[in-house]
Design a protein around this ligand. Sequence first.
Ligand SMILES: [Zn+2]
Length: 287
Amino acid sequence: MRAPRRHRPARATTAPDARPLPRQALSGAPSRPPVILGVVPGSFETEGVVLRSIRYGEADRILHLYTAQRGRVNAIAKGSRRPKSRFGGRLEPFFRLDLMLHEGRSELCTVTGASTVDGYPALRSDGPSLDAAARGCDAMLRLLDSAEPNRPAYNLLCRYLALLDGNAGGERADLGQAGPSRQATALAFRLKLALAAGFSPELASCARCGEREGIAAFSGSAGGVVCHSCEGGGFPLSRDAHGFMVAALGKPIAELPEAPERALRQVERAIGETLAHHAHVHLRPAA
Ligand SMILES: [Zn+2]
């Protein structure tokens, strides 16, 4: 990606086209990972998705981003709400962007460049898809708050947004036609996100005793399915719900099996209780 030029005539030392600063100019700053060649110290390129975009001051925005290379990043986009902003409309939620960010001493990075990788235009014009995308991004914000990159989680988010974009406007989910419902897709996303974050429930054998037969219930505190002897404290889990979770973790998000609504409610409860107990995270309802 080519570094964008600043509009201000006075050249700031942090501008992407400035010469590299002498090393001592950065003394006091904590050590950073090596920057990409040709990029000013403190600046880095990464792909990222806008999870949340908050109006700030007269003309700025604060972005909560999930990035491929740096995990969760908060950044300010100065002047981005001015009508002639070089960022255009692409700093809205759910945009997938190639970003140039500058990391100074503030906790917020500064957005110095942004180009669109995918804007998911169909998703944007469909209410239910927008709602699903917002819930998905909210789950990312709650569950993946670290600056450690998590590439599987990032790739999953991009695939989910692309799927919502591809299905936007379709009524098949609500008419019970071929393909999983929005709720099923949202729950599969959640389950895969839990896996990417390291909180996947145990589904193969009893999470308390290891017994593989007689799985009857799910226990959030045990972190998975439990057998007849260990089901105290759990809630009954149907075969459909168990099967759905196994399939959702084992298959691409676009290839989900059908599951009755009652089973999906159990799945949502299973994921919610696992994350509440083990990640101390409470998610909004999936749909
Ligand atoms: Zn057991």
